[in-house]
Design a protein around this ligand. Sequence first.
Ligand code: ARG
Length: 465
Amino acid sequence: MSDNQLANKSQAWSALFSEPMSDLVKRYTASVGFDQRLWRADIAGSLAHAEMLAAQGILSTEDHAAIQRGLGEIAAEIEAGQFEWKLDLEDVHLNIEARLTERVGIAGKRLHTGRSRNDQVATDVRLWLRGEIDEIGGLLKALQTVMVEKASEHADVILPGFTHLQVAQPVSFGHHLLAYVEMFARDAERMGDTRKRVNRLPLGAAALAGTSYPLDRERVAKTLGMEGVCQNSLDAVSDRDFAIEFSSAATLVMLHISRLSEELILWMSQNFGFIALPDAFCTGSSIMPQKKNPDVPELARGKTGRVVGHLVGLVTLMKGQPLAYNKDNQEDKEPLFDTVDTLKDTLRIFADMLAGLTVKPEAMRAAALKGHATATDLADYLVKKGVAFRDAHEVVAHAVKTATAKGVDLAALTLEELKTFDARVEADVFDVLSLEGSLNARNVLGGTAPAQVRAQVARHRARLV
Ligand code: ARG
């Protein structure tokens, strides 16, 4: 087959094909429209493969040099936007290979020795994803850093902590933010763990059974900075669990972002009024001039849905596939690409948005004073005076009932009133009934006392350098 015949896809495979493909089938089967994004990984993989072929004496030094030169030129062409991607050539792999042959002749045709697109594409996706995971790791770190600094600034700011979205106990706003830092720290850890399994080399598995050429797969893995070689050729070409694993780690990040978004949206509503988001992250209404809407967190919450959808898509894509490679796997790319794009944009935008967050401590405080948030503290106080906890619980319930009937917070009852519930109550009760007293009392590892929050801030700062 001559080089220019390669440009006609119906003839690209072999002389076996006599019927041309319809435009619809071409469009349906082609992936070049989206997988061209893998070009850097494809070229890196080809360079490593060619280098090994030459070292093993499978490729001549001249052919190796020609391939190196040709791939370098192609990379420059793509970079400059001058590469012509052809639908007829189906995917990124065939496009680059055909162009290589156009540029360097017969040496280009030798590159595919001992290789198949099956092990090639699996390698490309892994290499590409590894780079993305590293970027995501950096973005997660940046977001955590912003949140840790905000937490440090607001360690002493008190807001109501909720259970069942009912006021439960007062907590430090810094503590609340650090809860998300913990989530994002686990997300980063998960990404790092996923990376180890992504970073293994399929090349050398060829189509499915390995190859008859004396390849040095370890050498290729080393050149590409991979941590190991996939040990079973059938598994190497067909497995996409690394993609599913990444997608699931990405889903958890978005899930955490989505929970945070929900809180930001609530906090920004007039009924809470706890925070303001910078104008640059909000939009107005075309009809209601007074509106400022938290569009960015709302969109992030919405985009979480599509990332979850991609995970479900990938899992479903895999579940019915027999060994080894099936074309179904071409469908792994768009969900992965969109997951990466959505995640990276979201993490960047959240770091910027949270850096500009305005906190309204008075509104938080007023809300914390609404739901008898220190009732548990009164019970604990009585326990320390010798009352059994269950009895103390009951006593405080009566006190709350009285305060509610009077329309005041528990902390606003007088000493005399409090004494009617239990004579052991003394003036020092007000130390624990205050929001500050309640917070300071929770000075246990992982608790909300500002001293603990400051200790956690220090721990995170040291971890995040
Ligand atoms: N574009 C294909 C994919 O993404 C490359 C592998 C094609 N292999 C094959 N045997 N048709 O999966």
